[in-house]
Ligand binder design. Structure first.
Ligand code: MG
Length: 508
């Protein structure tokens, strides 16, 4: 009798609490608001992401914290603005001394403490440091396969793209390291072979999912794609298959990776207990013209605090748990850590967090606790603080600045020639009626009577936020040391060209 009571009690507890969900976080690179089929692009082929959008929750007002790569990666992993972790200004390089401080608590560490298996695949870009001090394996990921940097931070034009012996298009950072591929903390390939890279990632991810499922362990997989950052590349299976050219091929391969992750989850029968969350780190690099992405109807792109730089596509998909729909509630990469922690039943880190738990929004179609969002530029200066503030449907720009990365489109506000400009009163837009930021409500600096209360609340919120912000020491300003660039054959000369290995073996 007692045994049966225990079994029934166990079943009851299981049905109330459920087992912690597996989580697959998919992060695209430099993919803009207008780049996916499900966000309206006419020639992008993204059937897997489109399926997730159709059967999951698609966000219209989802924000990343950085208009360039490293800060948004810091925020998605820590639930904090990059100002707190010191991942500003700009980004990390292979020779950077700094990285995401080890004192930060990542979502991987939060989930690992709850018994999750954790793995990261792809682009890290949160520092390397002395002897790999800042690698993902030091930040809560038990497994890592990927490149610690952005894939344009090496002499990419000397690398091969498909077809074999074809030079990758474009110029990258010639003076930096030949790009290494790491397995955990060991270089397994240098320089990276772009033709085989994504298939390698897919095999690794599928085997990680299979093993965790077989061992009945909850898992967290952070799949940070190099796609669709410039320069564009794709494996043989995807090259030449998109009507959108090289960018479309890269996007097709990215979407294909998503399809393989979905398939792996289904094959292992864990689809009812696996959350997929997809978004992108920053807006498109329009300076690359047709080889860069698109922010759709939004203004400008990468490196700007206009909507095109920081509003991103985002999809939450959980078979049988999340109801299909579209939400215009505000949300951000900042909310990832608190939301995942809540779903896993994990305590929050003892840190000041800037994110909110969105689990009610995901699972019950509830409200978003977020009503504001603060836009920092890539070159953060604490004396200036935020450049813009989203307050409900309104957005106020206190500063605007164009950027090299947002060149080539007809809008001159996006270009590098549009210098830093202070606005007092701010430029004010109603993003519900004007998401493209075309029509300033305070034209000529005049504040209409009916907007005075709104403007006052916006200024109060700006001051409250700025006064409460505690800036961490800048980690990107700690300087560079060329000897920190990883080399698979450390004794060789001359560097970086002699750093060539395949599967750990040095090559002549
Ligand atoms: Mg990026």
């Amino acid at each position: 009798m007692a045994k049966w009571i225990l079994i029934l009690a166990g079943l009851f507890i299981h049905s109330v609490s459920g087992s912690p969900p597996n989580i697959i976080l998919i992060f695209a690179d430099d993919l803009g608001y207008g780049d996916l089929g499900c966000y309206g692009h006419p020639t992008s082929h993204t059937p897997n992401l489109d399926m997730m959008a159709a059967k999951g929750l698609r966000f219209t007002d989802f924000y990343t914290t950085g208009a360039v790569c490293s800060p948004s990666r810091a925020s998605i992993l820590t639930g904090r603005y990059q100002t707190r972790s010191g991942v500003y200004p700009g980004v990390f390089y292979p020779s950077s001394r700094g990285g995401l401080p080890l004192s930060e608590v990542t979502v991987a560490e939060v989930l690992k403490s709850q018994g999750y298996e954790t793995a990261m695949v792809g682009k890290w870009h949160l520092g390397y440091g002395i002897n790999g001090t800042f690698l993902p394996t030091r930040q809560g990921f038990q497994h890592f396969l990927g490149v610690p940097f952005s894939h344009d931070q090496g002499p990419c034009q000397s690398l091969t793209c498909f077809p074999p012996n074809t030079r990758c298009y474009g110029t990258c950072d010639l003076g930096e390291a030949l790009l290494p591929v790491f397995m955990n903390e060991k270089i397994i390939q240098q320089p990276v072979n772009f033709i085989d890279l994504v298939p390698l990632y897919q095999e690794f991810s599928k085997s990680f999912i299979r093993e965790a499922a077989q061992n009945q362990k909850p898992f967290f997989l952070y799949f940070a794609s190099h796609h669709t950052h410039y320069p564009q590349f794709a494996s043989a299976k995807y090259t030449g298959h998109s009507p959108r050219g090289r960018y479309g091929d890269a996007l097709l391969e990215f979407d294909g990776s998503v399809g393989e992750l979905l398939q792996a989850v289904w094959e292992n029968g864990i689809q009812n207990n696996t959350l997929f969350f997809f978004t992108s780190d920053n807006g498109p690099e329009t300076m690359r013209m047709e080889r860069g992405g698109s922010s759709g109807l939004l203004k400008c792109g990468k490196s700007t605090t206009y909507e095109g730089g920081m509003r991103e596509p985002a999809i939450a998909y959980w078979h049988s748990k999340i109801k299909p729909g579209v939400t215009s509630k505000l949300a951000s990469v900042l909310d990832i850590l608190p939301t995942f922690a809540s779903l896993a039943g994990a305590p929050l880190p003892n840190k000041t967090l800037d994110g909110y738990d969105l689990s009610k929004l995901l699972l019950n179609g509830g409200e978003s606790p977020r009503n504001t969002f603060h836009y920092y530029p890539p070159s953060i200066d604490p004396a200036k603080g935020i450049f813009a503030l989203r307050f409900g449907k309104y957005k106020a720009h206190f500063y605007t600045q164009g950027a090299f990365h947002s060149e080539t489109t007809p809008d001159a506000d996006c270009h590098i020639t549009a210098g830093l400009t202070a606005h007092d009163p701010p430029l004010l837009f109603d993003l519900d009626t004007d998401p493209a930021e075309n029509y300033n409500l305070l034209k000529g600096g005049r504040v209409p009577k009916d907007l005075e209360p709104v403007l006052n609340m916006i200024l109060q919120e700006r001051d409250r936020f700025q006064n409460s912000m505690e800036y961490g020491e800048s980690q990107t300003n700690l300087g560079k040391d060329p000897s920190l660039r990883p080399c698979c054959n450390p004794e060789c000369t001359p560097k970086p060209n002699c750093c060539r290995c395949q599967e750990g073996r040095s090559q002549k």
